[in-house]
Design a protein around this ligand. Structure first.
Ligand SMILES: Cc1cc2nc3c(=O)[nH]c(=O)nc-3n(C[C@H](O)[C@H](O)[C@H](O)COP(=O)(O)OP(=O)(O)OC[C@H]3O[C@@H](n4cnc5c(N)ncnc54)[C@H](O)[C@@H]3O)c2cc1C
Length: 492
């Protein structure tokens, strides 16, 4: 019996403290020869800062001229980058076109799942902020997570988000309300750094001059800096100015998301479950505080929006109950328990990967660089990893600059190194997110008997042999991929 199976058969291990694994374990980040971040396990009381971050922060502060980093966009990526830059003593300015859209202003924007690697890096960037995130979030990785049959509710495969994290001394996967996360980040970054109602509409690069980048806002104001980072999301203005406009791809799916004030009977044993079906799938996750978050993905043309069809609020719930009518109770009860006004809908887009993210002293991160489908819940995590790597490279530049960190060629080299080091991992996750969309919605497990005398056999739900094969393959492959994805892809 595998370690994971043994764990599943035990009574569920709910980590009483929401900061599971984080109070007595600590990340230790160091550089490898390649320069990529590596995390090694260190379980002990207290919370020392990571070696890499503390040493580089002091060098930067005492080093030559300080770098001014301009950031377009104050979403997860922009704010985490601003936090990391601030902690390292860089001068930083964030231009956000509409903070109320980021915060949701009363409209729930759904929680976000943060995997171990992203949490570990957040911890290394700012230990206090990570503690606040731990306290405001709900651990899901300590329970059973996996894929299930949408019709019967039976498990298809399970994956272990707990053991790989704990083995590496990383925090365990958790989910947090987006607004809570944004509030924590905003407070830590500070209102003097984040400029609201500041839409970036243009920028210019003055090669050879210091500072080298000028950002132009929609009210005509201009700001100069040494680096511009486009963290302005999937519809990035910085990206289109850098590389010209390109079209976003409609994934083929619209996504309904709902938040229910409801604690199902299985809440203590199951954290996160994806129910599979044909051309549609359903994700349910405990998000703490007696609430369940769910996402219903359905294949349909874009803009098949309910808002144009009369009674909007009623329509979404009614439509979903129709689409998932014959699905298992775990799915239908979540839809039923969700108030109409807590159901949102958005069409899902991504973009093809690009392998150059910057020119000169401008670069991209997060969704601006690599917008991906949300099937694996990885876009935000990848944005956090980007931030860490970017500051790491700028820190190296600060460390090696004998006189002036504002040296253009060194900054340019640091930005290109950051891009190179992120491309492989991000491309793999981006590809897997697209594949997951196809795999999750091609699920048609039962044999169909079309000719009359045998048609009654269809009702017996006899599983196709190919499904057993797929399950066998997934049970071997999925844990390895999940571990790579959630722990950072290094053999630490
Ligand atoms: C349904 C769904 C579920 C998801 N679940 C997860 C999950 O569980 N885990 C996970 O890790 N990821 C998840 N994601 C993905 C995640 O939401 C994104 O990848 C993440 O928000 C990207 O962060 P970002 O900062 O790069 O971009 P964004 O969050 O899009 O932020 C961009 C910011 O830039 C601002 N902006 C845009 N243009 C300008 C401009 N010209 N000037 C100034 N400001 C500008 C915007 O207002 C916005 O605040 C999910 C996505 C969806 C759609």
């Amino acid at each position: 019996m595998t370690e994971f199976m043994a764990k599943l058969l035990q009574p569920p291990l709910r980590l009483a403290s929401s900061s599971a694994c984080s109070t007595n374990t600590e990340l230790k980040l160091r550089f490898k020869a390649s320069g990529d971040f590596v995390v090694s396990r260190r379980c002990e009381a207290g919370a020392p800062q990571s070696e890499a971050f503390s040493s580089y922060s002091s060098r930067t502060k005492s080093g030559g001229g300080s770098l001014r980093i301009l950031i377009a966009g104050g979403g997860i990526g922009g704010l985490v980058l601003a936090l990391a830059a601030k902690r390292r003593g860089y001068e930083v300015m964030v231009f956000e076109k509409d903070l109320s859209a980021v915060r949701g202003e009363g409209r729930h924007r759904g929680p976000i799942q943060l995997l171990s690697s992203a949490l570990g890096l957040l911890q290394a960037i700012d230990h206090d902020v990570a503690q606040q995130v731990f306290q405001a979030s709900c651990v899901t990785g300590d329970r059973i997570n996996g894929l299930a049959d949408g019709l019967s509710g039976h498990w298809f495969t399970k994956f272990d988000l707990f053991t790989p994290a704990v083995k590496r001394g990383l925090p365990v996967t958790r989910v947090i309300c987006r607004m809570a996360l944004q509030d924590i980040l905003l407070n830590a970054v500070g209102p003097d750094i984040v400029f609201n109602n500041s839409k970036v509409v243009d920028f210019t690069q003055n090669s050879g001059k210091v500072p080298a980048v000028t950002v132009v806002l929609d009210d005509g104001q201009e700001y100069e800096g040494n680096v511009l980072v486009g963290a302005d999301g999937i519809w990035s203005r910085v990206r289109s100015k850098l590389f010209g406009p390109d079209h976003a791809n409609y994934s083929g799916y619209t996504c309904y998301s709902g938040l229910a004030n409801f604690s199902p009977a299985y809440i203590d044993t199951i954290g996160y479950r994806v129910f599979l079906g044909l051309n549609q799938y359903f994700v349910a996750s405990d998000v703490g505080h007696g609430k369940m978050q769910w996402y219903a993905f359905h294949k349909e043309p874009p803009m098949t929006s309910s808002s144009s069809k009369g009674n909007v609020i009623f329509y979404k719930k009614k439509r979903l109950l129709g689409l998932f009518a014959n699905w298992c109770k775990e799915v239908t009860e979540l839809i039923t328990e969700t108030p109409d006004n807590m159901i949102l809908q958005r069409d899902i887009y991504d973009r093809d990967m690009i392998y150059t993210w910057g020119i000169g002293q401008v670069t991209l991160l997060g969704d601006a660089a690599h917008p991906m489908q949300p099937n694996l819940g990885q876009g935000g995590c990848m944005a956090i990893e980007d931030c860490y790597q970017l500051i790491l490279e700028l820190d190296k530049c600060a460390a090696s600059s004998s006189a002036d960190i504002q040296q253009c060629d060194e900054i340019v080299a640091a930005l290109r190194r950051y891009e190179r080091k992120r491309i492989f991992r991000v491309t793999a996750v981006h590809t897997a997110s697209r594949m997951a969309s196809k795999v999750l919605t091609a699920y048609q497990p039962y044999m169909e008997f079309r000719c009359d005398p045998l048609s009654y056999l269809s009702t017996l739900r006899i599983i196709k042999p190919s499904v057993h094969l797929a399950r066998f393959f997934l049970q071997f492959f999925l844990p390895q991929f999940m571990t790579w994805m959630m722990c950072g892809g290094r053999s630490w």
